[in-house]
Design a protein around this ligand. Structure first.
Ligand SMILES: C[S@@+](CC[C@H](N)C(=O)[O-])C[C@H]1O[C@@H](n2cnc3c(N)ncnc32)[C@H](O)[C@@H]1O
Length: 230
C-alpha cells in the first residue's frame, strides 16, 4: 500500500515514520510513504509563496489553488494508479473505523494537508477529494490528521500486524462495532486487584463468553447514544 502526503511541512512526518509498527511495515516492503512539499509547486520563483490574504478580508492566510492543484496532479502521475485523494479538513466526514476499513481497500492514498485558514475553495471544486475530519476540533495543520489516517489504515494492511486477530478483536471492529473486552497480564494480583478467575480457567468457551459479555456491557455503558451505536 502506498501513501503520498502533500504538505508544507514534510519533515513533521519523518520521526513518526521511523518508529514501531510503521517502520517495520516500511522495512518489510508492505507500505510505502512519500512526502512532498507543496511549496515546490509554487508559482512564485523568488519567495516560493503558496498562500495569500482572503478575498473579502478577514484574518489569516489561505492556501492558493494553483500550487496545490499542480502538486496533486504531479504526484498523481508518479504512479500508474492515480490513487484516492483525501483532503484533511475539519469540514469533512468523520474518520471512524468503518471509514478506515473503506480507505484500506485502496492501493494508494494521497493525503492533502492544509495549513493557515485552509485551502482556496477551488481546490475542493476542481479535485473533488474525499474530505476527511478526525474530529470536531481545529488542528493547526493536516499533518497529524494524515498520520492518524496512515496509522489506522496500516494496521489493516495484510501482514502488518503479527496476528491478524488483533485488529479483528480491536474496539469498533466487526459488524457490531463493539468495544474490546478488558485485558489483563502479569502480575496476577496488583494492589489488591486480581485477574478474573475465568481468564485463568483454561476453558476457552467460557473465556469467549465472558469476553463477549464484557464487550456488550462496556459498549452499552460507554457508547450509548454516540454515532454508530444504538
Ligand atoms: C487551522 S485549520 C483551518 C480550519 C478552517 N479555517 C476551518 O475553520 O474549517 C488548518 C488545516 O488543519 C487541518 N485540520 C484542522 N483541523 C482538522 C481536523 N479536525 N481534521 C482534519 N484536518 C484538520 C486541515 O488540513 C486544515 O486545512
Amino acid at each position: 500500500m502506498r501513501f503520498d502526503v502533500l504538505t508544507l511541512f514534510p519533515e513533521i512526518l519523518s520521526g513518526y515514520l521511523g518508529q514501531s509498527l510503521l517502520k517495520l511495515a516500511i522495512e518489510r516492503g508492505l507500505v510505502t510513504v512519500a512526502a512532498y512539499n507543496i511549496r515546490d509547486w509554487s508559482h512564485d520563483a523568488k519567495h516560493h509563496k503558496v498562500d495569500d490574504r482572503p478575498y473579502g478580508g478577514g484574518p489569516g492566510m489561505v492556501l492558493m489553488a494553483p500550487p496545490v492543484v499542480d502538486c496533486v496532479e504531479a504526484v498523481r502521475k508518479q504512479s500508474p494508479d492515480p490513487g484516492h485523494l483525501i483532503m484533511l479538513t475539519p469540514q469533512g466526514r468523520r474518520l471512524t473505523q468503518g471509514v478506515v476499513e473503506e480507505l484500506a481497500q485502496h492501493q494508494r492514498l494521497l493525503l492533502l494537508c492544509g495549513r493557515y485558514e485552509g485551502f482556496d475553495e477551488r481546490v475542493r471544486l476542481l479535485l473533488e477529494p474525499d474530505e476527511i475530519s478526525i474530529g470536531d476540533f481545529i488542528l493547526g495543520g493536516g499533518e497529524v490528521a494524515a498520520m492518524t489516517v496512515i496509522d489506522a489504515v496500516v494496521r489493516l494492511v495484510p501482514g502488518v500486524l503479527g496476528d491478524e486477530r488483533s485488529s479483528a478483536e480491536d474496539s469498533f471492529s466487526g459488524d457490531e462495532r463493539l468495544l474490546e473486552f478488558a485485558q489483563y497480564t502479569r502480575p496476577r494480583e496488583y494492589r489488591g486487584l486480581t485477574v478474573p478467575d475465568v481468564l485463568l480457567s483454561g476453558d476457552h468457551a467460557l473465556i469467549a463468553e465472558w469476553r463477549r459479555q464484557q464487550q456488550i456491557e462496556r459498549t452499552n455503558d460507554r457508547k450509548k447514544g454516540t454515532p454508530g451505536h444504538a
